[in-house]
Write a protein that binds this ligand. Structure first.
Ligand code: AMP
Ligand code: ZN
Length: 114
């Protein structure tokens, strides 16, 4: 998508701190971290959120969750705990309409979320 900030990051038109990249997925540090570890799992294909998912995205979303577990282990937060968050729409706080999953860790995370 031409004007999507995450598509621009994927195309390297905007710099980012990359943690992992392959042909399907980019993992970067969030620019405004809400926890000591705050990563974004961004699929390279553009779709807005889970309301915009096609059958062809199913495997990709599973891959994101498995990769999140792997990276949580690598970052040393698997044992202490971490949270995966994916916002849908404005009231949920979605500000970038290219599906992404947040990984938050490194502090106690309140429940219910705000
Ligand atoms: P959401 O509010 O769920 O749509 O999450 C969007 C996230 O993207 C926020 O946590 C922002 O801090 C983050 N963000 C926005 N622009 C950038 C950027 N250029 N690089 C890294 N993270 C970004
Ligand atoms: Zn996009």
């Amino acid at each position: 998508m031409e004007n999507c900030i995450f598509c621009k990051i994927i195309r390297n038109e905007i710099p980012s701190k990359k943690v992992f990249e392959d042909d399907r997925l980019l993992v970067i540090e969030d620019i405004g971290p809400k926890a000591p570890l705050h990563l974004l799992f961004i699929p390279k294909v553009h779709f807005s959120n889970c309301l915009d998912m096609a059958d062809s995205h199913d495997e990709l979303v599973g891959y994101i969750f498995r990769k999140a577990g792997e990276i949580a282990r690598e970052k040393g937060v698997a044992d202490s705990g971490f949270r995966l968050v994916q916002n849908n729409g404005e009231l949920a706080g979605q500000s970038v309409f290219h599906l992404h999953v947040h990984l938050l860790a490194g502090r106690e995370l309140g429940w219910p979320p705000g």
